[in-house]
Ligand binder design. Structure first.
Ligand code: URP
Ligand code: ZN
Ligand code: ZN
Length: 479
């Protein structure tokens, strides 16, 4: 059924303007003034509201097998929760076990994701290295539309990528025209600090942030940046939580390196006092890596977002319920790492970003949708309200208020890291591929309606890098 969104203000990353938006067969077919509704079309009155590209969460882990358990949120419930908050696409992660065939893991994740109710795509993690991995990377880029490879610099003894893996994988990514991404924490240092802290008798969740100080993150961010610089590969650093990693990114960008940074809504808005809660369940519910930090780091992250040195916002949505977190009751190292947030990212960023004047509405669209679409080569199919784009749209009511709570959220997890937060500005309607899937506070989703989205490799980054390398070549006279 066609849908006409009437009377709203379209807000894209580059500009805002009054226009109606017509959606037909899953696509935006017209954006213009006083559009007529085709016969039988559903008309949404968007008077006083903003019509924006649906959010893209570039970092989620639905039903991830991790630390001896499986994340409670699956692809169906997680994408549905996203739609309830205006997020219409996720980029999740295929994470092979060390020695597991990469293609086998990839197909396993594709099968798990078939029940998604919104569009999705995958970064693929490189957790080990041999010739089969080298070959699989090409297959993934060439035949399956994967253009980003992830490296966990933490989680020693599990999925950690050491420098040898980073160098091999980054080198291969250059050959294939892909972008590399890292979770930047020095896994050796974390391992050492965890042991020391545990042996000192600190066994509770308060040990988690002590074992992962900002320096550990700053070191890894710098190392990944310098390896990427030498190998000439574009780099995206996920979930920057502290001033140290932001400074590393800022320095590299000022030097002309193509480095991108992501920040989580949680790292912007939740501080490290949560780990000092006397209730194990409360503190453990916030155990994620890198941990939540002090106000000083939060302020730095907001400035990073405002200055454009951080380009995207995500959630790292990776949910574990209290009974799963309880695995680490006597040893913080065993608490499954991860927190949720996909349903709330847009509204908390609107409230604390646009509502406080830290972000313009256009910047809000950039950091919640358009920048991710551009960095991961989804644009303008995603991240734009324009004719020809997918009809993934959020109609935003800037006057609506709500109090966030695990009691009312749609996320399949028993806590909410934004519990009790009051926000002004929420999604009144969400469209996914042209269907109204969220309206009047109700979801109307279809299991399996989400599509896998292919992302071509990056001709443009690599053309630029080649031209830059040619410019740096010594001239005949210098030689
Ligand atoms: O604690 C986290 N972030 N869990 C999910 C895995 C990861 O490191 O992104
Ligand atoms: Zn991570
Ligand atoms: Zn993650």
């Amino acid at each position: 059924m066609a849908v006409l969104i009437k009377g709203g203000t379209v807000v894209n990353a580059d500009r805002s303007f009054r226009a109606d938006v017509l959606c037909e067969n899953g696509t935006i077919t017209d954006v213009g003034e006083a559009l007529d509704a085709p016969k039988g079309a559903r008309v949404i009155d968007a008077g006083g509201q903003y019509v924006m590209p649906g959010g893209i969460d570039p970092h989620t882990h639905m039903q991830l097998p991790f630390m001896g358990t499986v994340a409670s949120e699956d692809f169906e419930s997680g994408t549905a929760a996203g739609l309830a908050g205006g997020t219409t696409m996720i980029i999740d992660f295929v994470i092979p076990n060390p020695q597991q065939d990469i293609m086998e893991a990839y197909h396993q994740w594709r099968e798990w994701a078939e029940k998604s109710v919104a569009d999705y795509t995958f970064h693929v993690a490189i957790t080990w290295w041999d010739e089969t991995v080298h070959a699989a990377m090409e297959t993934l880029v060439r035949d399956y539309g994967v253009n980003s490879f992830k490296h966990f610099m933490a989680y020693k003894g599990a999925i950690m990528a050491d420098d040898e893996i980073l160098v091999n994988s980054f080198t291969r990514a250059v050959e294939l025209g892909a972008i590399v991404t890292v979770h930047a924490e020095n896994g050796e240092l974390v391992f050492r600090l965890q042991k020391e802290i545990f042996e000192r008798g600190i066994t509770g969740p308060e040990g988690h942030p002590l074992s992962r100080p900002p320096e550990v993150e700053g070191e890894a961010a710098n190392r990944a940046i310098r390896i990427a610089e030498v190998l000439k590969v574009p780099l995206y650093i996920v979930h920057n939580s502290c001033r140290q990693s932001l400074e590393a990114i800022t320095r590299a960008r000022n030097e002309g390196q193509r480095v991108f940074g992501e920040v989580l809504a949680g790292h912007l808005l939740v501080d490290d006092s949560v780990y000092r809660d006397r209730d194990f369940d409360v503190a453990a519910a916030h155990v994620m890596s890198p941990p939540f930090r002090s106000r000083e780091h939060q302020d730095a992250l907001w400035r990073g977002l405002q200055s454009g040195n951080l380009q995207t916002t995500a959630t790292d949505h990776c949910c574990f319920c209290a009974d799963q977190k309880a695995a680490g009751r006597d040893d913080f190292r065993r608490i499954p790492n991860g927190t949720g947030g996909i349903e709330n990212r847009m509204e908390v960023l609107w409230h604390h970003g646009v509502g406080t004047g830290r972000l313009t509405m256009n910047e809000f669209v950039a950091v919640t949708s358009t920048n991710a679409a551009q960095i991961f080569n989804l644009y303008p199919r995603k991240g734009s309200v324009s004719a020809g784009a997918d009809a993934d749209i959020v109609v935003w009511d800037p006057e609506a208020t709500k109090t966030i709570s695990a009691k009312t959220h749609h996320q399949k997890v028993d806590t909410n890291i934004f519990e009790g937060m009051q926000v002004k500005g929420t999604a009144s309607h969400t469209l996914s591929a042209g269907r109204v899937v969220w309206a009047d506070g109700k979801l109307d989703v279809e299991r399996g309606a989400g599509r896998y989205v292919e992302r071509p490799a990056f001709a443009s980054y690599y053309d630029a890098l080649r031209r830059q390398a040619r410019r740096a070549e010594p001239t005949a006279v210098q030689r």
